[in-house]
Design a protein around this ligand. Structure first.
Ligand SMILES: [Zn+2]
Length: 155
């Protein structure tokens, strides 16, 4: 009689399938280093831009036409600010995923994200297929892009 419970238990139960996966991750990590540099450059660029954007305050004017124009400019500035803030958050999130080794893997389907997509959007959380699904709101993006909430807060 073959003993599955004891002598073979370790082999059947806790097989070493994971080590192969980890090896693959290491290989990805080295291949992904260039994206880390891209992300860090983007983070520096966005942080600098956001720091210089504290002059959104409304300028007082007695001219009604100017007020309308200023309101429009202010709204545009807020929208840009919101977009850059969200982008910065995405960049920071991507850098965090570098730290925990999950960078380059789709957060939804856990497939590897294609290099051409990372080249275009190095801070992406999803592979192109899942991103399209997320854009259509086919699933909840837990740490989604709260652009509407942000705009509501800023208004
Ligand atoms: Zn995916």
């Amino acid at each position: 009689m073959i003993c599955h419970q004891y002598c073979c238990g370790a082999k059947d139960g806790q097989g070493e399938e994971k080590s192969g996966h980890e090896k693959e991750m290491d290989m990805n990590q080295t291949g992904l280093k260039k994206y880390k540099a891209m992300l860090e450059a983007k983070r520096a660029e966005l942080s600098a831009g956001l720091r210089n954007r504290e002059d959104i305050a409304i300028e007082k004017t007695s001219d009604a036409l100017d007020e309308v124009q200023l309101a429009g400019e202010r709204e545009l500035a807020i929208r840009n600010l919101a977009r850059e803030s969200i982008l910065l958050r995405q960049v920071l999130g991507a850098l965090e995923r570098f730290a925990d080794g999950s960078y380059g893997t789709c957060l939804h389907c856990e497939e590897e994200i294609k290099p051409n997509r990372l080249d275009a959007v190095p801070w992406t959380k999803f592979c192109i297929r899942c991103q399209e699904a997320a854009d259509r709101h086919e699933f909840e993006t837990k740490a989604g892009d709260p652009i509407d909430e942000f705009l509501a807060d800023a208004a």
